[in-house]
Design a binder for this molecule. Structure first.
Ligand SMILES: CC(C)(COP(=O)(O)OP(=O)(O)OC[C@H]1O[C@@H](n2cnc3c(N)ncnc32)[C@H](O)[C@@H]1OP(=O)(O)O)[C@@H](O)C(=O)NCCC(=O)NCCS
Length: 185
């Protein structure tokens, strides 16, 4: 029995190790990471097995987009290799999308494998007028509207938004708020 819970600070270490295993050491180079680094997520979920081990993770992040309101960036999504193909990834996705809709968010965007995300209603056709702060394969840049036409006037560069992570700021000064200040100086 695997339970999906809101992520807690105690999950951080296991989550990062799972993401390293799932995506490899270069995962911080991804364009999506430019929109997440140093920020607190809007929503974060952890899948926990009977032994209390974290076997799945999914987080969503605030982004700002001209012509659209209350949009989230989804990802990364990862499930422990031993637990895959049992529907856990889909459970994480559905819980996240339901929570986002109930919370009033209007749309979700992501960069990921279209063959996986299409089953949840994501489409590359909704992001054609949007840009990301780095290289992206447009076939992997997907959107989902939680409210009708939420992305129909969305255009331009997707920007990072939301609160900075004060813990990360102290532990990793070049990626948190201090890092932004230093880089801007
Ligand atoms: C993608 C991932 C989260 C799916 O987790 P999961 O718990 O296995 O997902 P589900 O059980 O809901 O779905 C499994 C199905 O999705 C398919 N699937 C998995 N990854 C896929 C991908 N990248 N593209 C297309 N289909 C994929 C599986 O083949 C499986 O198909 P089946 O049901 O016909 O056997 C997991 O494979 C994972 O962590 N992968 C590594 C990290 C990753 O690639 N994350 C996001 C993708 S961009």
């Amino acid at each position: 029995m695997i339970e999906i819970v809101d992520e807690a600070p105690a999950h951080t270490g296991a989550r990062e190790l799972l993401l390293d295993r799932a995506f490899g050491p270069d995962r911080h180079q991804k364009t999506s990471e430019r929109l997440r680094e140093g920020r607190l997520p809007a929503l974060a979920f952890a899948a926990i097995d009977d032994d209390g081990a974290l076997v799945g993770t999914l987080r969503l992040w605030h982004v700002a987009i001209e012509g659209a309101q209350s949009v989230l960036l989804l990802g990364p999504l990862a499930v422990e290799a031993a637990c895959r193909s049992e529907g856990l990834g889909a459970r994480l996705m559905r819980q996240a999308l339901n929570r986002a809709a109930v919370a009033g968010y209007s749309a979700v965007i992501l960069v990921g494998d279209a063959p996986y995300y299409i089953r949840f209603g994501f489409s590359a056709g909704l992001t054609t007028a949007l840009d990301l702060p780095g290289p992206v394969d447009r076939a992997r840049f997907l959107g989902l509207e939680l409210k009708p036409d939420a992305l129909s006037d969305a255009r331009g560069m997707v920007l990072a938004d939301g609160l900075f992570d004060p813990v990360l700021d102290q532990m990793m000064p070049m990626t948190g708020l201090q890092g932004y200040a230093k880089r801007a100086a």
